[in-house]
Design a binder for this molecule. Structure first.
Ligand code: IFM
Length: 450
């Protein structure tokens, strides 16, 4: 007989959101507009022209939302700060009311027995900084460090964990190469410069967090493990390029001090020379690495697939979420063991994991049945436990997301929440996946079965 699943005693059970996706009221109380506010208000940039103007109205409903998290039994909550609420111009003047919101959130969480885990940049850059070149301006690393210093001095006595950036790869791939996310550029010349400045900002941000007395400091990346469709050398090479571009582009500089060789091949003449001294800033030990995992990819050589020449091979035998992401829990186990094998023993947190599926209309007073999300959650928590049992040092899991929210360019139709949000009325309804998660938390994993 196999033992039942049991997660480590001090394992953190969390859930994650980001500011622009849940808060709403983006200009309230003196906040400066973000590049996402601008992008979402540009016709044609988001599904149905949807914006984060209201989202989950969390800015005004925060105490009730924290009460819902408590009902779930969360022991940690990962949120991000809107840089422009704190510093409306991105640098200089501090907006006391904006910082005050996060101060109250942190206190509310602590009163509910939930450890605050804050991310400083989850994609919403002050528009004033975008106007000064955004991530293309080398000065942004110093701007970011000054912002980190302001926030950590105020909240650092109570926040358990700090992440500098969320998913820098998505910022550059969507924002600078394909133009699908803010700021909507499409330039292979800009993309590596933006990536490099994000990494420099991370490095200086890490120093600033520590200098201001922050406790744990780390970085959050999204990893999508890559599998070759065949043994053919060209499929293998395409898969290696895809892996370098998405999974090693940020981790190699942070842990190993340099970019993967494949990047120069991918970018060709657009690949710049970077000052060697920059890597002294970028390569700094992390207190934790945050891993966001959703799906994997199977690749084959496809010369026209820009920029890496690797096409995705659909797996018709598997379920796909409404993001069109394959459900493949084994890759979750694999990728955590890959991180350990390649980069060594850095404590890990799963800072995001979850699934968007169509949900039927809610009925007042009734739990919403979401069997596909229940299956995804159960199977991924089992896969996570297998990774831990095989030696991955994972200290916490943050479900994406406690609430349905604004899924960037895809708008409100992609529902990742454990709790359903009716965006017309702001009514919150628990889904069956929320009940499963609460049971898993209460039993330290035993509710997942053997
Ligand atoms: O909603 C996003 C989040 O902002 C970053 N990670 C992936 C999530 C789902 O797409």
């Amino acid at each position: 007989m196999t033992d039942s699943i049991r997660f480590p005693e001090r394992f953190l059970w969390g859930a994650a959101t980001s500011a622009y996706q849940v808060e709403g009221s983006p200009l309230a109380d003196g906040a400066g507009a973000s590049n996402w506010h601008r992008f979402a208000h540009t016709p044609g940039m988001t599904a149905n022209g949807e914006t984060g103007d209201v989202a989950c109205d969390h800015y005004r409903r925060m105490p009730e939302d924290v009460a819902l998290m408590r009902r779930l039994g969360l022991t940690a909550y990962r949120f991000s700060l809107a840089w422009g609420r704190v510093l409306p111009e991105g640098t200089g003047r501090v907006n006391a009311a904006g910082l005050g919101f996060y101060d109250r959130l942190v206190d509310q969480l602590l009163a509910a027995g939930i450890a605050p885990n804050a991310t400083l940049f989850h994609w919403d850059l002050p528009a004033a900084l975008e106007d000064r070149g955004g991530w293309l301006n080398r000065d942004i690393a110093e701007w970011f460090a000054a912002y980190a210093d302001t926030v950590v001095r105020r909240l650092g006595d109570r926040v358990a964990m700090w992440a500098t950036l969320n998913e820098p790869w998505v910022v550059t791939d969507g924002g600078y190469l394909h133009g699908t996310l803010a700021p909507g550029h499409r330039s292979p010349y800009e993309t590596p410069i933006a990536s490099h400045n994000l990494l420099r900002a991370h490095g200086l941000g890490l120093r600033a967090i520590r200098a201001a007395g922050g406790r744990q400091a780390g970085l959050v990346v999204n990893l999508e493990p890559k599998y070759a469709a065949s043994d053919r050398p060209e499929d293998q090479a395409a898969t290696r390029r895809a892996e370098a571009y998405m999974n090693r582009q940020y981790l190699d500089p942070v842990f190993l001090g340099g970019y993967p060789a494949e990047l120069a091949e991918i970018y060709g003449e657009a690949w710049p020379e970077f000052p060697a001294a920059d890597f002294d800033v970028i390569r700094a030990p992390l207190d934790f690495l945050g891993v966001n995992y959703y799906t994997r990819a199977v690749h084959r050589h496809e010369p026209r697939a820009w920029p890496v020449g690797a096409g995705r091979v659909r797996q018709p035998q598997h379920t796909y979420t409404s993001m069109d992401w394959e459900v493949y829990p084994q890759a979750f186990t694999d990728v955590l063991l890959w991180v350990k094998a390649r980069y060594g023993d850095c404590p890990l947190h799963i800072t995001e994991n979850g699934s968007a599926f169509y949900d039927p209309p809610t009925v007042e007073g009734e739990e919403l049945a979401d069997p596909l999300r229940v299956g995804y959650l159960r199977d991924h928590l089992r896969a996570l436990h297998r990774a831990i049992a095989a030696g991955a040092d994972v200290r916490g899991y943050f479900a994406w997301s406690p609430l349905d929210n604004f899924e960037w360019s895809a708008g409100y139709a992609k529902r990742f929440g454990l709790i359903h949000v009716d965006f017309a009325t702001q009514r919150r309804t628990f889904k069956a996946s929320a009940r499963l998660y609460a049971e898993v938390i209460r039993t330290h994993g035993a509710a997942l079965g053997a």
